[in-house]
Design a protein. Structure first.
Length: 299
């Protein structure tokens, strides 16, 4: 659905995107994560045709987005910085969207009234930020896009509305094979909805895999020995981070869980547990191994 090859974008002497590569499969929910300044928003603005890349290619369904109105009819972009015409009500904005998006669905618009529950005659600019965000999703979903791009999408929504909004989006993914690319710092939420993840750092995608594969390759290991920890163990396993509390050492290790446990078992530990990591922990330790600074954590 989205194919990015050797994408570069600079602003004066600052290189925001540096030979970036990325692939998003059709019908997937792809989480794009990274620290502040990694280039996520710059990439999204290139993807949307707001910026034009300096070099490299960025294709959606094998077509460039830049100055391609036909392709843009199939894409909805919801950013954290929303825009509505000053005097327009919700129904006015709906009519405007209907004139742009050829797949606009008035039946869906009526159906979603029961979820968002905002008077369609209210002026959009007079709504709270959270209500404006609801309107953006309401309109975006009714456009029936092939691709929905979300930048910090649910900030300002209460927990119930977050759940309801994601439920509607995931229903569109399941029923219409819609593709979603979402950039967010709320990694706990992405963990619940994404099936693929890409980690950006310094203008590049440094890791891109199915979420299940990512979580299957990095683990938390708690281990204890009667005496000192054998030096051979530390050479046998790929340790990204280590800490110690009493006699128990905690490692963040890379590899398959069964292989790690088998290697540790050769040294006859008193305790050896392999625990799963959250997406947030994976993000911290992946970037920690690349020189990204973070505080030592109690784990």
């Amino acid at each position: 659905m989205i194919k990015v090859e050797n994408l570069n974008k600079s602003f004066d002497k600052f290189k925001a995107l540096d030979n970036m590569n990325l692939n998003v499969e059709k019908g997937s929910v792809y989480g794009l994560i990274g620290p502040n300044g990694a280039g996520k928003t710059t990439f999204i603005k290139n993807l949307m045709g707001i910026y034009r890349q300096d070099s490299g290619s960025i294709l959606v369904e094998n077509e460039p987005v830049y100055e391609n109105p036909g392709l843009k009819q199939k894409i909805v972009y919801i950013s954290d910085d929303l825009f509505f015409f000053t005097t327009y009500s919700i129904i006015d904005m709906a009519k405007y969207y209907a004139g742009i998006y050829k797949n606009w669905d008035w039946d869906m618009f009526e159906k979603l009234k029961g979820i968002f529950k905002i008077d369609v005659k209210r002026k959009c600019r007079r709504l709270s930020k959270g209500m404006q965000k609801q309107v953006a999703f309401w309109l975006g979903i009714c456009a029936r896009p092939e691709l929905m791009v979300l930048d910090e999408p649910v900030d300002g929504l209460d927990p119930v509305m977050r759940r309801n909004t994601w439920a509607v989006i995931l229903q569109e993914v399941a029923e219409r094979n819609m593709t979603v690319l979402v950039s967010s710092h709320n990694l706990r939420e992405l963990e619940d909805v994404c099936d693929h993840v890409g980690i950006m750092f310094k203008g590049k995608v440094v890791l891109e895999k199915a979420l299940d594969d990512v979580k299957g390759e990095i683990h938390k290991m708690q281990i204890a020995f009667e005496g000192e920890t054998p030096e051979g163990l530390k050479n046998d396993i790929d340790i990204l981070h280590s800490s110690k509390f009493g006699s128990v050492e905690t490692y963040i290790v890379r590899g398959k869980a069964e292989d790690i446990k088998e290697k540790a078992g050769k040294y006859s530990p008193l305790l050896c547990d392999i625990l799963p990591l959250t997406l947030e922990e994976i993000f911290i330790y992946e970037l920690g191994g690349m020189g990204y600074e973070f505080e030592n954590l109690l784990i």
